[in-house]
Design a protein. Structure first.
Length: 402
């Protein structure tokens, strides 16, 4: 029997609709759209054709047309909960979180009581930083669908942002048990372990995330950060380089690779990375400050001064930048302006030991012995770093204090 015989007796609009549905199932989205369009022309109130054409547009990433079609389906059938849900997802992807929430509300009110509706409404609340409502929705999604690994991961992400690290670890671990090949769950748990300072477990999780997803740029970046913290600079550089290869606009990867190069005293590469970070994010005060440090160590004090000043301009409460700029004034013999910068650094961050130490040096060079002694003692009180303490004690001995 031919297709023509099968279709005999059916309205032509339904023939095109069914043909479009078949194409949609086969992943032939352009052909599906063409057939649904023909169905709609023949039957302008064909809600299902609008709905499925909207689905095809959504899959293609054409969210504007998807929203238009879901809206038309809703206009024809205001009780179509799934159309509200799909339009809500489309709004969510476009970053229109308020409209997304409204649609998810409507879908749920129409008894579209599926885990995904709560899950995606939770996403919208999460983006709006309404953490309590997001938490309630993720929890409801898990209640409706106890094996919903993605919901556990999102709730884990939320707990991480809420500072509830142990609950986050519990959710990521549950997701891993449900879905052992879920790279994102390992990644999320690794992030929390890193926050807790448990670098060994963090490293193991990032390793597993990369094994499962070799193109996971953020996993390379985070593993590189762990290596940087551990002083394994070559490994850090390798991971930051891979992260940059996978995500060329990842500002922090350039920033931290610059740090690793700086620690290796590869100053030219460090400057190149900080410069790239600044180009990508011109308001990155930290990158200016760090590049200033490299210029300072190279003896290029004018460029260092310019970078510290720009860092302060971008972030007037950047205590470390004031302290660093004060060093330039000391080099130039302008002790009063150096002290003014150290004063500001200490005002902004009263426990910044290096600012007291540096101010102590300025007072020492000015011949104000008692003020210098007080600052070196305060620096000793604030820092337990053995090298830093050794330096402060040496300065005190030079001032006659044992």
């Amino acid at each position: 029997m031919t297709n023509e015989n099968l279709n005999q007796g059916k309205p032509e609009a339904e023939v095109h609709y069914e043909r479009g549905s078949a194409y949609l199932e086969e992943g032939k989205h352009d052909r599906a759209i063409a057939e649904f369009t023909k169905a709609i022309r023949l039957k302008p109130d064909h809600a299902d054709a609008y709905f499925k054409r909207g689905a095809a547009y959504f899959i293609k990433g054409d969210y504007v047309r998807a929203i238009a079609d879901f809206s038309q389906a809703i206009k024809i059938n205001p009780k179509d909960a799934e159309a509200y849900y799909n339009r809500g997802v489309s709004y969510l992807v476009r970053g229109d979180f308020i409209r997304a929430i409204d649609d998810f509300d409507q879908a749920i009110n129409l008894n579209f009581n599926v885990a995904e509706a709560y899950y995606h409404r939770g996403d919208a609340y999460y983006f709006l930083e309404d953490y309590n409502r997001a938490l309630a929705d993720y929890t409801k999604a898990i209640k409706l669908k106890p094996k919903f690994a993605e919901a556990y991961v999102k709730r884990g992400d939320l707990y991480t942002d809420m500072g509830e690290e142990n609950r986050a670890i519990s959710d990521y671990t549950r997701a891993i048990k449900l879905k052992p090949d879920y790279a994102k769950a390992y990644f999320g748990r690794g992030v929390v372990y890193a926050i807790k300072g448990d670098y060994k477990r963090a490293l193991a999780d990032f390793n597993q995330a990369i094994r499962l997803k070799p193109d996971y740029g953020l996993a390379y970046y985070n593993r590189g950060f762990i290596y940087l913290k551990r002083g394994e600079y070559d490994l850090a550089i390798a991971d930051f380089t891979q992260a940059i290869k996978l995500a060329p606009d990842l500002v922090q990867a350039y920033y931290y690779r610059g740090m690793a190069y700086y620690e290796k005293e590869d100053y030219n590469r460090a400057i190149a990375d900080y410069t790239r970070a600044i180009k990508l994010a011109p308001d990155n005060a930290e990158a200016y400050n760090e590049r200033g440090n490299v210029y300072y160590d190279k003896g290029d004090y004018n460029r260092a001064f310019a970078d510290y000043t720009q860092a302060i301009k971008l972030n007037p409460e950047f205590a470390e930048a004031y302290s660093n700029r004060g060093r330039i004034f000391v080099v130039k013999g302008d002790y009063d302006r150096a002290i003014a910068d150290y004063d500001q650094a200490i005002k902004l961050k009263p426990d910044l030991a290096v600012a007291y130490y540096n101010r102590g040096l300025a007072y020492k060079y000015k011949g104000e012995k008692e003020k210098a002694i007080a600052d070196f003692k305060k620096a000793l009180e604030l820092s337990e770093d053995p090298i830093f303490q050794q330096g402060a004690k040496q300065k005190l001995r030079e001032l006659g204090v044992e």
